[in-house]
Design a protein around this ligand. Structure first.
Ligand code: ATP
Ligand code: MG
Length: 445
């Protein structure tokens, strides 16, 4: 048997329901924030990621899926969403002044050749946003608020936001000098990757997963001591906006993030659950004021973040949070024999087109096992269609909850179901268990 590639997984059943629910919830949050959907190719020219993500990052140096296409072009399966969105922003000339800010959101698979483990896959899904055209710290705060509010909508309480500022070019270059001077005395204690980072990009040393807990890491110079006045002012404003919207956060001096393109604000949202495991970072992002320019566009500031779908589902499960996923169907249709099957099929489809969730028997089950099947599917009603029903245009319908039985004229079936589903689902007291999808006038609508 051929098996799925290492580090990938199949989506089906209840997991599939969760994925669709989370996608839909994120989409509806994005509508509220007025972000536009964007979808870019899953593979792009390899160069894009070298320039976009950065040569010295783990992602580009160790994790990309690179291949030559049949025309000998160097291609890469995207390891993250930002570079492609920036490429599209430039190529489609989205940068006209009147359209700014351009606020986009995306959802899709990303590919990294990593060691698979819980919460870490080779193909994984990210939802994310990128907002272009303003360097106002208000947009940093907006992007952070999206991450926070998404988790809040889901009822996730155990999350912690960590933020830091990497400053502007001037701050970064002063800080780089300080790091070079500091780590020079400790080079022998660093891992081999970090020794290379020392030469290429010393900031990256602070993001090392191997050397992370060494004392020399904690005692390293802090970026906060090297920020320019402008960068300090930017960071203070971001913090003020967050404070004023009741979004709590922790300033983490050692947060540098694994990508090269960040300037000023960087942030991570982490699951704050004891024993949750090493892969507890749920989402991450920051500001990238030079990325558009680096990729070949006009100088345009930007800020964004991405959240991992798999880790989100893990943390929802660990926190025992049930999503408000509708289970069950409205009606299960039982054709009594072959003669009425086609008629039953037509009734079924018409009801589906009128907005009901309807399933029918495809297995030629007998009546008893069909009723069992209706229970298994959690069907509210069961319709029985025999020859008499077909000849006289009515349907025998049984309410699976109240056990009442009715004979209903086919012409009134839609009205009947509408009325019954509304009455029974939405006798809306406050802790009703209706799905709030009928406008019954309760406080949920
Ligand atoms: P980590 O430090 O855990 O490797 P990262 O810094 O590489 O994360 P980002 O590139 O910032 O991660 O991606 C943002 C989010 O995407 C992460 O917070 C995580 O939820 C998710 N993510 C990243 N890599 C993976 C992966 N291999 N499998 C599943 N989810 C991932
Ligand atoms: Mg990583």
């Amino acid at each position: 048997m051929i098996q799925k590639p290492k580090g990938t997984y199949d989506v089906f059943g209840d997991y599939g329901k969760k994925v669709l629910y989370l996608e839909m919830l994120f989409q509806s949050l994005m509508e509220k924030y007025n972000y536009e959907f964007i979808r870019t190719p899953i593979f792009e020219a390899t160069d894009l990621f070298h320039r976009g993500v950065g040569e010295t990052t783990d992602i580009v140096s160790k994790e990309t899926y690179d291949f030559l296409d049949r025309g000998e072009r160097k291609m890469t399966l995207r390891p993250e969403g930002t570079a492609g969105v920036v490429r599209s922003f430039i190529e489609n000339k989205m940068y006209t002044n009147s359209s700014m800010p351009v606020k986009t959101w995306y959802y899709g698979p990303m590919f990294r050749y990593e060691r698979p483990q819980a919460g870490r896959y080779r193909e994984f899904y990210q939802m994310g946003v990128e907002a272009f055209g303003t360097s106002d710290p208000l947009m940093d705060a907006e992007v952070i608020s999206i991450a926070v509010n998404f988790y809040k909508l889901l009822g996730l309480k155990d999350v912690k936001v960590r933020i830091n500022s990497l400053g502007d070019s001037e701050s970064r270059s002063n800080y780089r000098d300080a790091l070079l001077a500091y780590f020079k005395q400790h080079l022998d204690k660093l891992c081999s990757d970090c020794k290379e980072r020392y030469n290429k990009n010393p900031l990256r040393i602070l993001d090392c997963k191997v050397d992370h807990d060494l004392d020399i890491m904690h005692n390293a110079p802090k970026i906060s001591d090297y920020l320019s006045n402008e960068a300090i002012d930017h960071f203070e404003k971001v913090k003020d906006y967050l404070d004023n919207s009741g979004i709590s956060y922790i300033v983490d001096d050692n947060l540098v993030r694994g990508l090269d393109y960040y300037t000023n604000t960087v942030f991570e949202v982490e699951a704050d659950i004891p024993g949750f495991g090493a892969n507890s970072v749920l989402s991450a992002g920051g500001r990238y004021d030079h990325l558009v320019e680096n990729i070949g566009g006009p100088s345009t500031p930007g800020v964004g973040f991405a959240l991992g779908m798999e880790r989100l589902i893990n943390v929802l499960e660990a926190s025992s949070i049930n999503l408000n996923i509708e289970n069950g169907i409205d009606l299960y249709v039982i054709p009594m024999n072959d003669i009425v099957k086609s008629y039953a099929f037509d009734v079924t489809n018409k009801l589906r087109m009128s907005g009901f969730k309807v399933e029918m028997d495809y297995m030629n089950r007998n009546l008893k096992s069909n009723f069992k099947q209706a229970d298994r599917l959690n069907s509210h009603f069961v319709a029985i269609i025999g020859e008499d029903e077909m000849a006289n245009d009515y349907i025998t319908i049984k309410n699976n909850i109240t056990k009442e039985e009715d004979k209903i004229d086919t012409a009134y079936l839609v009205n009947y179901l509408d009325e019954k589903l509304l009455q029974e689902d939405c006798t809306c007291g406050d802790d009703c268990d209706c799905n709030h999808d009928h406008d019954c006038g309760c406080e949920h609508h």
